[in-house]
Write a protein that binds this ligand. Structure first.
Ligand code: SAM
Length: 224
């Protein structure tokens, strides 16, 4: 599946290259949206986080600034250059690397003491079949997976102009997305695993409201 133009998409929303003010704003946003929730499941002393589809580091840099060792992967070379530049704000705690989820990227991270595979705004970009493989790759790296996903509500669909085709939607930048309900994610995508916690929340971006949910999942098969 074509990845679309992330570089152009990010620039359409705001300048993705951090300044001191943008970094402070990212910290503030992280604290408001994620801090107290993620702190329940993650700890800086428990090993590195493998951040998949890290983009320019909107969430990943604040995590690194809080003392987490973050290995940040993305498969868009233009976006990785920006992330590398933004890494100067990460207090030396963020490593940038190329990684394509459709490849065998996971082999490089197995047995490395990764605390969790984390992703913010990534899994909605894959089909159901691809997701089964990508989730297994993550669980071959770490027993804990945390993901943040936009969900199907009228506000989210409006923001993405996806009212008429919420599944397999392709935006003006060629970016593919599925907007599924939390129930669908929990039963159809993560049904075989243990859902430790899920938390709905709402984010506001320049282009509108996005309803999101964060899922914390463990690699423990459920009893049938
Ligand atoms: C919505 S952005 C998330 C950005 C970041 N996590 C944040 O919170 O700012 C999704 C990112 O996933 C990346 N991506 C999409 N498909 C990918 C793939 N197959 N392998 C690795 N990264 C991918 C894109 O390049 C993009 O930077």
């Amino acid at each position: 599946m074509d990845n679309g133009s992330w570089y152009k998409f990010f620039h359409s929303l705001s300048n993705p290259v951090f300044t001191d003010e943008a970094c402070q704003e990212a910290d503030r946003r992280y604290e408001e949206l994620h801090d107290s929730f993620l702190d329940k499941y993650l700890s800086p002393g428990d090993g590195p986080l493998l951040a998949l589809g890290a983009g320019y580091g909107l969430v990943e840099i604040p995590l690194a600034r809080r003392g987490y060792q973050v290995i940040a992967l993305d498969n868009d070379k233009g976006v990785l250059e920006i992330l590398q530049e933004n890494a100067k704000y990460a207090k030396g705690n963020l490593t940038v690397a190329y990684g394509d989820l459709n490849s065998d990227f996971h082999l490089d991270y197995q047995g490395k003491g990764i605390q969790a595979c984390i992703s913010f705004g990534l899994l909605e970009h894959f089909s159901l079949d691809d997701l089964q493989v990508i989730i297994e790759k993550q669980f071959s790296i770490s027993q804990l997976l945390i993901c943040d996903i936009p969900i199907r509500t009228s506000e989210t669909l409006k923001t993405f102009n996806a009212e008429s085709n919420p599944e397999g939607h392709i935006d003006d930048y060629g970016i593919y997305r599925n907007f599924w309900t939390p129930e669908y994610w929990k039963s159809q995508i993560f049904g075989a695993y243990t859902i430790v916690a899920d938390r709905p929340h709402t984010e506001y971006r320049q282009d509108g409201q996005i309803d999101v949910f964060t899922l914390v999942v463990r690699n423990q098969k459920r009893d049938c």
